[in-house]
Design a protein around this ligand. Structure first.
Ligand code: SER
Length: 307
């Protein structure tokens, strides 16, 4: 057994895939979230990351030595309740840091997001160290935690590793994000239902297959610290697409999808996010390349969706 890993927010879009992958690589996984578990096939406990005592109890009961901290409120949902989002995302991050410091756990994986960028970043091709003025509370909270991460890492208090995820394409539905259409369209195409798209047809955003996201994250977690040039999150990139291009891809692999456009406030968020990402630092530090392009991603995920 390699590591004994606690995952928070394990019932979210990413959890199930990280659980499966980490277990298949000979790790012990304790999955946690705030709802009853009906999908994960591993040890599971209820855990609200606001509850420090519960976290301390679970870490000791299960002898945890690594944490994957996924609990967060995403970009679109966050705008409905900015203060709650700030609290869950930032206090949650701080609580995991506190628990790890108290229990001598050094290594944490914590996803940041393309939401940390803003219109003052060079959105056509965003480098790792652009100026950043995020416009959502989600992006603001992620950026604040990026700075805290840098502090803890550079003082050698913790070893937090992080990637700025784009829209992730998986066969589990995301919730409350600005990139959610990418998955929602696949579900609608598979069930032969119409889709109402909340972004304009020509809105390009960076996306990636869940397996590529997992592969890069676990590689980063296993990398020798001497090979890592950054004490703060890495950009990651796979492909970029827009709603109209994604519809064409879905049709090209044999599915029918009728889409009407009902653009809402999420358009403003998408307009403040990168169109293309430069992830050359990550690729060189962990020797990683994505395996799925847009067409492979659509095909592989739509085939795996079970209605
Ligand atoms: N997928 C996320 C969102 O749309 C971005 O990190 O909020």
């Amino acid at each position: 057994m390699k590591n004994r890993i606690l995952i928070t927010g394990a019932l979210g879009q990413l959890g199930k895939f990280f659980v499966e992958s980490l277990i298949s690589q000979d790790n012990y996984v304790l999955a946690t979230d705030i709802k009853e578990n009906k999908i994960l096939n591993c040890d599971y406990e209820l855990f609200d990351i606001m509850d420090l005592d519960r976290g301390d109890y679970l870490i000791n009961k299960y002898n945890i030595n690594q944490v994957y901290n996924f609990a967060a409120i995403l970009s679109a949902k966050g705008e409905q309740n900015p203060l709650l989002t700030w609290e869950i995302n930032n206090v949650g991050f701080t609580n995991i840091a506190k628990l790890c410091l108290k229990n001598n756990i050094k290594k944490i994986f914590w996803p940041s997001s393309i939401a940390v960028f803003g219109r003052n970043s060079n959105l056509k091709l965003v480098k790792n160290d652009e100026p950043m003025l995020p416009e959502t509370i989600y992006g603001v909270s992620k950026l604040a935690c990026e700075k805290a991460m840098y502090y803890f890492n550079s003082k050698n208090l913790l070893d937090i590793r992080s990637i700025r995820f784009p829209g992730i394409v998986s066969n589990s539905k995301p919730g409350g994000g600005t990139t959610d259409y990418i998955v929602e369209m696949l579900f609608r195409a598979k069930s032969n239902e119409n889709y109402s798209c909340f972004l304009k047809s020509d809105t390009y955003l960076p996306m990636m297959h869940i397996n590529d996201a997992i592969d890069a994250s676990i590689k980063l977690m296993n990398a020798d610290i001497m090979d890592l040039n950054l004490d703060y999150p890495y950009n990651i990139s796979s492909f970029e697409t827009s709603p109209s291009e994604w519809i064409e891809i879905i049709q090209s692999i044999g599915f029918n999808l009728n889409v009407e456009y009902k653009v809402d406030f999420r358009q403003g968020i998408a307009d403040s996010w990168p169109k293309k990402i430069d992830d050359s630092v990550l690729r060189s530090d962990i020797k990683w390349l994505p395996k799925f392009n847009a067409i492979d991603t659509a095909k592989n995920i739509i085939e795996s969706i079970q209605l």
